[in-house]
Design a protein around this ligand. Structure first.
Ligand SMILES: NC(=O)c1ccc[n+]([C@@H]2O[C@H](COP(=O)([O-])OP(=O)(O)OC[C@H]3O[C@@H](n4cnc5c(N)ncnc54)[C@H](OP(=O)(O)O)[C@@H]3O)[C@@H](O)[C@H]2O)c1
Length: 333
């Protein structure tokens, strides 16, 4: 199998390398791409040093079976033709094509079959906060349709990329040294702070990140009746997003049903023993694959179930989900 990673030196690209390194896919040939900034530098994979090539309109992807693309929406739009020209299947981590009717938007545990029909040779990887939420909602939806969701997210700095992680580290050092705190990737100082603003604001007062959760959930779960209202917040955590979710189903579910559904769901690990101080947290979740679920309780203000999820968005929210799409396509060829 021949694989290419576009944006290999970025936060998601490096995590894709880690997932492939430890995974079972038989990678015969791996090519790495970046901009002129990283071209020529090398990354190691299974004991070999591989040089990053500059992505240009002349780049030749013939013979590449799958291209995992994580270089932002503009690059995806600009180079999709170059990447797919010879039949390469492009797994795109950006938001460029997610809502296009002829581009499947896939979380393999939920709608893996959609990936088998990709007329433009593009499969979109959903937004990281959406993946984590739908992996947890799907088992409830199978018991009784989920009709309404309120969610507040607590999103790690790494969700904004490798430079944003360095900015958070720098800010902590600047605070400790009593120096002025600089910011460029974030709209404000993130260290010792929260920023209720991810991606740009839209006309209805929600941000685009929040609207992604609204729109992408319907497409992945094949159900336009699910209404999601999100508030997305950046927090000074390095890795792993957390989400406080309230979900209402058409028929009320018992707590026992909900717990069993989570316990049996693929990709979900239940951590819910408050008496022993066991609940999901970002620090222990960093670098791991599951969507952790805990703090499950019946909502006391009315109908619905409240719970808390944590997942490393660089793994299941990006790199791992993209690699799982390849595994699903390979297994169903
Ligand atoms: N971070 C997350 O948790 C996450 C989760 C889900 C989806 N995503 C999406 O994944 C994409 C990448 O995010 P990231 O966090 O990995 O960002 P990042 O750390 O800033 O990395 C961006 C990568 O894109 C490359 N790149 C930029 N311009 C390029 C060009 N013209 N040609 C080729 N490569 C180019 C960069 O290469 P150079 O180093 O050479 O400039 C770098 O490797 C974004 O679309 C993001 O929305 C991110």
């Amino acid at each position: 199998m021949n694989i290419a990673i576009v944006g290999a030196g970025g936060a998601v690209g490096r995590e894709i390398l880690n997932v492939l390194e430890g995974g079972a896919l038989p990678v015969d040939n791996l090519r790495l791409f970046g901009s002129s900034r990283s071209a020529g530098s090398k990354l190691s994979f299974r004991g070999r040093e591989i040089e990053i090539e500059e992505l240009t309109p002349q780049s030749d992807f013939s013979g590449v079976d799958y291209a995992l693309v994580s270089a932002g929406g503009d690059v995806s739009r600009q180079f999709a033709g170059v990447i797919t020209r010879h039949g390469t299947l492009m797994i795109d981590n950006s938001s460029a094509f997610r809502m296009d009717d002829d581009v499947p938007l896939v979380v393999p545990e939920i709608n893996g079959d959609d990936a088998l029909n990709a007329p433009r040779r593009i499969v979109a990887n959903p937004n990281c906060t959406t993946i984590q939420m739908v992996v947890a909602l799907a088992p409830l939806h199978r018991l009784s349709p989920v009709c309404r969701v309120h969610v507040a997210t607590y999103q790690a700095a790494s969700g904004a990329g490798a430079e944003a992680m360095r900015e958070l580290e720098r800010q902590h050092a600047q605070v400790a040294a009593g120096e002025p705190v600089e910011h460029s990737r974030f709209a404000h100082q993130l260290a010792y702070n929260l920023i209720p603003h991810i991606d740009v604001f839209t006309e209805n007062g929600y941000t685009r990140e929040e609207m992604k959760m609204h729109n992408e959930t319907k497409k992945i779960m094949h159900d336009d009746r699910i209404e999601v209202s999100a508030t997305c917040v950046r927090v000074p955590v390095m890795r792993a997003h957390s989400e406080a979710i309230w979900a209402e189903t058409e028929h009320e579910l018992t707590l026992e049903q909900v717990r069993r559904a989570f316990a049996d769901a693929p990709g979900v690990v239940l951590v819910d023993d408050p008496a022993r101080l066991q609940y999901p947290m970002p620090l222990p979740a960093a670098g791991t694959d599951p969507v952790y679920v805990g703090r499950i309780r019946r909502d006391i203000s009315g109908r619905g179930i409240s719970f808390w999820t944590v997942s490393d968005q660089l793994r299941k929210g990006a790199a791992l989900n993209a690699v799982q799409i390849i595994e699903y396509v390979e297994a169903h060829r």
